[in-house]
Every structure is written in structure tokens, then in C-alpha cells.
Unconditional design. Structure first.
Length: 324
């Protein structure tokens, strides 16, 4: 194995696999709040879960649908939630609390799996994952329609790795969405696919550093990056834009509700600052909730969690109101 590959592996394991482990409890607490969202009533009078529909041939290319018991409405909003896991793990099953919560409010909800980077799929890149999400959303809308739930609007959100992937969909792929994306909601996600934000230098002080940066780019983007391109800021931005939410934002971007821990050492707080700068520059509507005492685990501040969930309810009421 090349030494550069080893360095990439260390970065990947340290940053993203760690986030998969640490962020697991964050999702549960993030969707709980003081009201106990994870303790909502769930039975056939509330909704049903249809599991493991395929949207491709891959083992992980599956989605679950959460369907409200009331199937009499003329149209339904769709809430899509993308799991975290450091791009190397995670599963839609872990997102049941927020999906049930959304369905209990009258929405159709969908949890989508995607092909993570693993020993079985070592060539799965973040770009590839984002294109799978596009296919998964399309399939979820079509399946819901086939089951008698007409979808007219949607929102998409996630946490950590799922946050980045759902922002890519909202800011890059919304124009190709089968139904309008009306807003997005996020927690603690990377916003720039730039190795420098995660402590990997692109400078040529050492052969090891440049090789590690090249590996980082290629594992994220899935497209070749040359050493010459690493010397040019414009070349770097051009390469990373397709999977960098902060670079995808424009004046027509949908509103966003997002949160980040001020002392996050997994996904640095600077990632939120990149997003804020882009939103303000383009006059995009947003609400940002800073968890000033939290790292990647936002669960340390339950009152802030409650505030976030209350704000998410406001966004749903405003941008995707229930109709008869």
C-alpha cells in the first residue's frame, strides 16, 4: 500500500468512522427533544412502515416508506431523511424516530440507504452516494404514488454525512427532483469537500501530504485530481463544487434550517461558517442554531434540541402545510 493511501486511510478512519460511532446517539437525541419525539405513539392508527423497496441492484440501494394511516388526502408532503455514518456505515433503520415523528404529523416519510465506502465497496465515493440519493428519492415518490399517496412537495434532511448528502440534493439536484423541494434541514454536516478543512494539507512540503490530499479528493469526488491542480485554488473549487453544499448555493436555493456544535472536532465549526457565508452572500432564507457547548454530539444540549425541533415544525407548517 502506498504511504499516501495509508495517510488517507488514517484521515478517513479518524474523521468519518469516528463520526459514525459518535453521531449515532446524536440522531436519536436530535429527534427527541423534551417532548420525547422518540416516544410518540406508533401503531396502525398512526401509520405503517413499508420496508426495503429497491431503487437499484446494489445491496444497499433500498428505502423504507412511512405512510400515514389517513390515506384520504388529495396530496401529501414527503419528508426524506438521509442517515449519517461517516460515509462508511449507518442505516436507515436508525432514523425511525424522526421518520415516525414526521408521519405522525401527517406526512409521508422516507429513509434511504446508499452504498457506503467499505471493504465490499472500496470505490464508492461521496459523489456516487449523492447520485444514488437522487435515484432513491425518485423511486420513493413513485412508490408512494403507487400506494395511493400523491406527493406534491418534499423536504430532505440528515445528520453528519447524511447532512452533506441531503444538502447536495437540495442545492444541486432540486431542479431535477420529481416534486418541488421546499426547504432542507441539517445537523453537523460537512459543507466543503476540501481536505484542508479536515487537517490534510494540499501543499507540497512533503510527498506524503500531497498524496494524502489526492487520495482525499479522489475518494470524495471520484474524478482524477492532478498535483498541478492542487496548486490552483480555482481548480480545486471546480473539482469539489459538485459535492460541496457551500459552493452549490445560489440566489435561487431553498431555505435551510441547520445546527452545528461550536466545539465539534469531527466536522469543524468552520464548515457551518462556510455555509453561513454562502447563504448570506446569496440572500437565501435560513435559520441557524449554534450549539455553543456541544461537539459533534449535539445531545449535550437538550433545550437546544427542543428549539431545533420546534423550528423544524415551523418550517413544515410554513413551507409544506398539510392539505385535505
Amino acid at each position: 500500500m502506498k504511504k499516501g493511501k495509508l495517510i488517507w486511510g488514517l484521515v478517513y478512519v479518524t474523521v468519518f468512522i469516528t463520526s459514525a460511532i459518535i453521531f449515532a446517539p446524536v440522531i436519536t437525541k436530535f429527534t427527541t427533544g423534551d417532548g420525547g419525539v422518540s416516544k410518540i405513539k406508533w401503531d396502525d392508527t398512526v401509520g405503517t412502515i413499508q420496508k426495503d423497496y429497491n431503487y437499484g441492484d446494489g445491496a444497499l440501494q433500498k428505502f423504507d416508506l412511512y405512510l400515514p394511516a389517513d390515506s384520504s388526502k388529495n396530496a401529501y408532503g414527503l419528508v426524506v431523511y438521509i442517515h449519517g455514518g461517516g460515509f462508511t456505515g449507518g442505516d436507515k433503520e436508525g432514523d425511525a424516530p424522526i421518520l415516525k415523528w414526521a408521519t405522525s404529523k401527517g406526512y409521508v416519510a422516507a429513509g434511504i440507504n446508499y452504498t457506503v465506502n467499505s471493504k465490499d465497496d472500496p470505490n464508492s465515493t461521496v459523489y456516487n452516494m449523492s447520485t444514488e440519493i437522487k435515484r432513491g428519492v425518485k423511486a420513493a415518490v413513485e412508490k408512494a404514488e403507487g400506494l395511493g399517496y400523491h406527493i406534491n412537495k418534499m423536504t430532505i434532511g440528515g445528520g453528519s454525512a447524511g447532512s452533506m448528502l441531503s444538502m447536495i440534493y437540495a442545492f444541486r439536484d432540486a431542479k431535477e427532483s420529481p416534486v418541488p423541494v421546499v426547504f432542507t434541514f441539517q445537523a453537523a454536516g460537512p459543507t466543503l469537500a476540501d481536505p484542508r478543512g479536515f487537517g490534510v494539507t494540499t501543499e507540497f512540503e512533503s510527498q506524503e501530504g500531497s498524496e494524502a490530499a489526492l487520495d482525499f479528493f479522489n475518494n470524495f469526488i471520484g474524478a482524477g485530481v492532478t498535483k498541478d491542480e492542487l496548486k490552483n485554488e480555482d481548480d480545486i473549487n471546480h473539482k469539489i463544487t459538485p459535492i460541496s453544499p457551500a459552493l452549490l448555493i445560489n440566489k435561487d436555493s431553498v431555505p435551510i434550517l441547520f445546527a452545528h456544535g461550536k466545539v465539534d472536532r469531527i466536522v469543524p465549526f468552520a464548515e457551518a461558517e462556510h455555509l453561513l457565508e454562502a447563504l448570506q452572500k446569496n440572500n437565501v432564507t435560513y435559520d441557524f442554531i449554534e450549539f455553543e457547548k456541544s461537539g459533534h454530539n449535539l445531545g449535550w444540549q437538550p433545550q437546544k434540541m427542543t428549539h431545533f425541533m420546534d423550528k423544524l415544525s415551523e418550517y413544515l407548517d410554513k413551507y409544506m402545510p398539510l392539505i385535505n
